[in-house]
Unconditional design. Structure first.
Length: 106
């Protein structure tokens, strides 16, 4: 059934669902993100996952969507900015390109 929702609306709805499924993880991951911003320098999603792990949700939860929702929210809040890309080091990510982020001075 076709939807009248825009791509941006669907993106936000999907991000909200992913965030709800991993609410506890999201709180912990946000604190890690803030620590990385305060430390200065560049970082990727791998740095957050290394410190807090992947979210554990109900079966079928797309854990990568929750990680993406975290970074999208931080960018929307003006906490971080994209500065480039680099290949993932985690073997399960198959050397895909990850966004490199830097914290924004406030």
């Amino acid at each position: 059934m076709p939807s009248d929702a825009t791509g941006e609306q669907l993106k936000r709805e999907g991000m909200a669902l992913a965030a709800d499924a991993a609410a506890v993880w999201l709180d912990d991951a946000w604190l890690v993100m803030v620590d990385l911003v305060r430390a200065g320098g560049e970082f990727t999603s791998e740095d957050v996952v290394e410190r807090v792990g992947l979210p554990r949700g109900t079966p079928g939860t797309n854990r990568n969507n929750a990680v993406g929702a975290l970074f999208s929210a931080a960018a929307r809040e003006g906490l971080i900015v994209r500065v480039g890309f680099r290949k993932a080091a985690r073997p399960d990510l198959h050397a895909r390109l990850l966004t490199v982020w830097r914290g924004v001075a406030r």
